[in-house]
Ligand binder design. Structure first.
Ligand SMILES: C[S@@+](CC[C@H](N)C(=O)[O-])C[C@H]1O[C@@H](n2cnc3c(N)ncnc32)[C@H](O)[C@@H]1O
Length: 258
């Protein structure tokens, strides 16, 4: 196991008393259900003993993960997020274990111990994820799976905007201008190119299995015009086909450790 050395000071902003991550989701039901749909689709017919929700915050997706696993390990560097989760999941007892992350680029688990790890909406806080991906590979069991979500800089609208300037999406991370919901300016906040992330994960040893394009209809206009249920139905029909062109702002990637 790697030694504990790197400080996590720069990533504990979700502990900020003025930052309420849960509130961010009050107006994002369509995006939430789209992500739940993607996880359900990628994990269909699979069952795991131990699943880790890495950077899982207050456990927004831990419930979904519990449907596919006997136990969920919710890991986050924010004590505030974990405390919210503990209250929320009081009735789940031992089915959810909470671990406060105290080291960067590190999975708090023995070698070859996890059957599944998911990392959703975390990569945008990690500028260079290569060290972390190698540690994820160390911690996952042979035969185990991972789902990594990428906040994509190569989504359709961005590609069109860049095309107008005769440019293509950057292969390297792109800093995102403003950060939602009061996160400090100093917080690392980047979008990644999904093709680069898949390459980095493969170089860490994982085998690419499939990907889905998620939150494809994330637009204020569409969200005002259609109710969430209708948009989610449309989303369900298109996550796979639109993944071939990396259409959406969020790409969910399923990989396996052979
Ligand atoms: C946008 S939230 C996502 C939470 C959850 N995965 C979800 O989708 O609702 C990002 C989470 O990642 C955690 N985080 C930030 N930087 C991290 C890092 N370098 N390693 C692990 N977790 C990190 C934060 O504390 C926060 O809870």
């Amino acid at each position: 196991m790697p030694k504990k050395s790197d400080s996590l000071n720069e990533i504990n902003f979700y502990d900020d008393e003025n930052h309420f991550y849960e509130d961010f989701w009050k107006t994002r039901k369509y995006e939430h259900f789209s992500e739940v749909l993607a996880i359900n689709k990628l994990l269909k017919n699979k069952h795991f003993k131990t699943a880790m929700d890495f950077g899982g915050g207050y456990g927004r997706l831990s419930d979904t993960l519990l449907k596919f696993s006997d136990q969920v390990i919710l890991v986050d560097p924010s004590k505030k997020q974990l405390d919210i989760a503990k209250k929320k999941f009081e009735s789940k007892g031992q089915k959810i274990k909470y671990v406060l992350l105290d080291k960067k680029d590190y999975i708090p688990s023995e070698d070859n111990s996890l059957d599944l790890l998911i990392m959703v909406r975390v990569s945008h806080h990690i500028i260079d994820p290569t060290k972390l991906f190698k540690d994820i590979f160390r911690a996952v069991k042979p035969g185990g799976y991972i789902i990594v979500e990428v906040a994509s800089n190569a989504h359709f609208l961005n590609r069109m905007k860049l095309l107008a300037k005769l440019k293509t999406p950057s292969k390297t991370p792109v800093k995102v201008g403003s950060v939602a919901n009061g996160i400090k300016d100093t917080t690392p906040f980047v979008n990644h190119n999904p093709t680069t992330i898949i390459k980095q994960l493969e170089e860490s040893g994982f085998k690419f299995i499939s990907k889905l394009s998620v939150s494809n209809y994330r637009s204020t206009y569409l969200k005002n015009k259609f109710d969430t249920e209708k948009l989610v139905k449309l989303e369900k029909l298109s996550q796979k086909s639109l993944s071939y062109v990396n259409f959406g702002p969020s790409i969910f990637i399923l990989l396996k450790k052979d």
